[in-house]
Design a protein around this ligand. Structure first.
Ligand SMILES: [Zn+2]
Length: 206
């Protein structure tokens, strides 16, 4: 490609410049013609750049991106690229923050689950202890049916059962204990009725 061909007046640089459709074409031009151009003009094209005004690529002998020497278009593009980089960095930051928040939420959920499990285990133990206590009470009531505080002890056992009922779900053991306590109370009431009847009967005889 001869440098005299495809030359256009570029409003941005105020010069007649070669225009290429793509960066690759511009770079290829530099690759294959720069020496020849240097020999002819004394200037050696060393890089290509995009021109907004011409909507294409020019070549230039200006090697350095010296901000002072940049064309207006280059400055605009440069600012645009800087903005794009800033946006990309912001996006990465947001992504990282979202990831971190998700991880924290996961850890918190796990901790909560662990605490819940521990709570259940603890409650399970409390319930087992209460039911064990009531079982002991039932045993003593069965072996000593004539004790003076019989009904007080029995009522306390019922109170303990009510507490156990509020902890976790029902269990087979809890149902058995409730059944046994009801039987003991039923027997106690029967006995009291018999005593009252006896008393009444004795009174009648006098
Ligand atoms: Zn141009």
């Amino acid at each position: 490609m001869k440098p005299t061909k495809n030359k256009f007046y570029c409003k941005d640089s105020g010069q007649s410049k070669m225009l290429f459709e793509t960066e690759k074409k511009a770079n290829n031009f530099i690759k294959f013609n720069s020496d020849e151009i240097e020999a002819e003009t004394g200037y050696k094209p060393v890089r290509s750049y995009y021109c907004m005004y011409c909507d294409g690529w020019h070549v230039t002998s200006q090697a350095e991106f010296d901000a002072g020497k940049w064309s207006r278009t280059e400055r605009v593009i440069n600012l645009y690229r800087q903005d794009q980089e800033k946006i990309a960095i912001e996006r990465e930051k947001e992504k990282a923050e979202r990831k971190k928040a998700t991880e924290i939420a996961k850890i918190k959920a796990k901790e909560k689950e662990k605490i819940e499990k521990e709570k259940v285990t603890k409650n399970q133990k409390i319930k087992t202890d209460i039911l064990g206590n009531i079982e002991k009470t039932i045993k003593t009531l069965k072996t000593n049916g004539k004790r003076a505080d019989y009904i007080e002890v029995l009522n306390r056992a019922f109170e303990e059962l009510n507490i156990a009922k509020q902890i976790l779900g029902s269990s087979k053991k809890q149902k058995q204990i409730e059944n046994q306590l009801n039987i003991l109370r039923h027997r106690f009431r029967k006995k009291m009725e018999q005593l009252q009847y006896k008393e009444w009967f004795e009174k009648q005889k006098k």
